[in-house]
Design a protein around this ligand. Structure first.
Ligand code: 5RP
Length: 258
């Protein structure tokens, strides 16, 4: 099925010893070059890899290679970058149908299910990317894993009201057995006014990071149990959403999926 696409490797580029930043740039640029055409509505992801896709889109609009693009950013950070490059923007309120969305990920499993939200933007990312005809994921090969969970904590966006209670409730879900729930602390720029150091999302919510020692056994069950927990706004499991994953590694670029 389209949700069960294995990572098959087809080399298109060979690069010796590139830095992680160079790999991110390679996939960021390729995603725009391969998938964005004039006239499209484009979802712009968040993070150090998506940064390069936004940069490329800005370049191609400036040079006139692309025209009549309107983009929907998934965070305030990305909105600021896109604005600084003169990329025309709108919101989901104005346009609900996206031709393509491009974003990074924290983990990618063999079925192309993702953990996202390392940068705390998971809610807006999911809202935008679920509406895209093609959701293109761009990663360096360090993000590939056999099973989601142990390699990167799973972020869950929760409402601030009684957040410790919600974090405890999540940690007790049988489908998330064995996880440790840690409320994310912020940098000074994201501190709450009362001086508490809890990280606050663009939506005014908190993040609890779930640390696992072993892979999550049933990702679909974990996703639905999280979604059904009162107090949870959304979670970083993106299942059945990836159209294509572009992976950069020391041996070149691989494309997984359609
Ligand atoms: C932000 C995200 C990012 O896509 C994810 O954290 C990957 O970021 P990076 O490309 O910097 O590794 O989900 O919420």
């Amino acid at each position: 099925s389209s949700n069960n696409r294995k990572i098959s490797s087809s080399m298109t580029t060979t690069k010796a010893q590139m830095s992680q930043d160079e790999l991110k740039k390679l996939v960021g640029y390729k995603s725009v070059d391969d998938h964005v055409l004039s006239g499209m509505v484009v979802g712009l992801g968040t993070g150090s890899t998506a940064y390069f896709a936004v940069e490329r889109l800005g370049q191609k609009l400036k040079s006139g290679e692309l025209k009549d693009i309107v983009a929907i950013p998934t965070s305030e950070r990305t909105r600021e970058q896109a604005e600084s490059l003169g990329i025309p923007l709108c919101t989901l309120n104005e346009k609900s149908k996206l031709d393509v969305a491009i974003d990074g990920a924290d983990e990618v499993d063999p079925d192309l299910a993702l953990v996202k939200g390392g940068g705390g933007a998971l809610l807006r990312e999911k809202m935008v990317e679920v509406m895209a005809k093609k959701f293109i994921v761009i990663v360096d090969e360090s993000k590939l894993c056999k099973g989601l969970g142990p390699g990167f904590p799973l972020p869950v966006e929760i409402t601030p009201f009684c957040h410790e209670h919600t974090a405890r409730t999540i940690a007790e879900l049988p489908s998330l057995a064995g996880c440790e729930a840690v409320i994310r602390m912020g940098s000074s720029s994201t501190n709450k006014p009362d001086g508490d150091n809890v990280a606050v999302t663009d939506n005014g919510n908190y993040i609890v990071d779930l640390h696992f020692k072993a892979p999550i056994k049933d990702v679909n069950k974990a996703a639905s149990d999280l979604k059904n927990t009162v107090g949870v706004v959304d979670h970083g499991l993106f299942v059945g959403m990836s159209y294509q994953v572009i992976v950069a590694g020391s041996d070149g670029i691989r494309v997984a999926g359609t």
